[in-house]
Design a protein around this ligand. Structure first.
Ligand code: SAH
Length: 251
């Protein structure tokens, strides 16, 4: 059987208990070496065959997973963060399904939550934003026209931009073109939850300059929105005067 496992954002103890158990029991592990912290591999048992997919094609990855399954072994495909975000897991699952190979999926802590934790931020502040837009700039993978950053920026919602830290000029220009105020707070979080994590706080208007000054071009998330510094309203849920199914409010 094949297990797709989210490795979490970096720190080896941010994998889920289930993911850690599957990793410890695996006969074969294929990990996304460009981003998964190799320290996680210390959790593999002696004799586990480990492959780094950074230098492999889809067919090569599938060949390893299929061979393991055919031999009755447990294979773990270890993806950074949560595999459901920019993880290219669907193409692997479909290929396994087409060959009648069983698989399951264990979610992981996405780097977007690792970055929020590093910043002490909450994406959904009452009175500020109740939505989070997760997107990227186009690279070799296109982004549908209706999801262009300048269009999404019009919402004024909290935003988490993946795979875009190498294009800070373009990111800044698109955000401004979408009507983002140049003073809108922004942050770059490099290698969230890794020992060398770095945080650069800036604004939309200073994003490119701040990134250049810090020398950050990859393995970083760009977070944008007033959730990073605006005054907000306290929650209704914990308001003393608010009645919920669990608590009688007092005037
Ligand atoms: N599935 C992953 C994302 C993979 S796409 C997840 O859920 O986090 C790769 C991009 O993720 C990188 O370009 C970067 O933007 C972001 N990323 C991954 N790990 C990161 C980390 N520890 N800190 C900051 N950004 C990270």
């Amino acid at each position: 059987m094949v297990h797709f496992v989210g490795a979490g954002p970096g720190a080896p103890d941010l994998i889920t208990l289930r993911g850690a158990r599957l990793l410890a029991e695996a006969d074969v592990v294929v990990y996304a070496g460009s981003l998964v912290n190799p320290a996680l591999l210390a959790q593999c048992r002696d004799g586990c065959a480990v492959y780094n997919s950074a230098g492999m094609t889809l067919d090569e990855v599938l060949a390893v997973l299929l061979a393991a399954d055919a031999a009755g072994q447990q294979a773990v495909r270890l993806h950074t963060g949560d595999g459901a975000l920019y993880g290219a897991i669907r193409e692997q699952m479909d290929a396994l399904s087409a060959r009648g190979v069983a698989y399951d999926v264990t979610p992981g802590v996405s780097s977007l939550f690792g970055a929020a934790a590093a910043l002490g931020a909450e994406f959904t502040l009452p009175g500020v934003s109740q939505s989070l837009i997760v997107t990227r700039l186009p690279g070799r993978t296109a982004v549908p026209e209706g999801e262009a950053l300048r269009e999404l920026a019009k919402h004024g919602a909290s935003m988490a931009l993946f795979l875009s830290a190498g294009m800070l000029e373009k990111t800044q220009a698109q955000l401004l073109a979408g009507g983002c105020d140049p003073d809108t707070p922004a942050a770059l979080v490099y290698r969230a939850t890794w020992p060398d994590e770095r945080i650069v706080r800036c604004t939309v208007g200073t994003l490119a300059r701040a990134g250049e000054a810090a020398g950050i071009t990859k393995t970083a998330l760009i977070l944008v929105g007033r959730f990073l510094d605006a005054p907000y309203e306290k929650s209704k849920l914990y308001d003393p005067s608010f009645t919920t199914g669990f608590r009688e409010g007092k005037p």
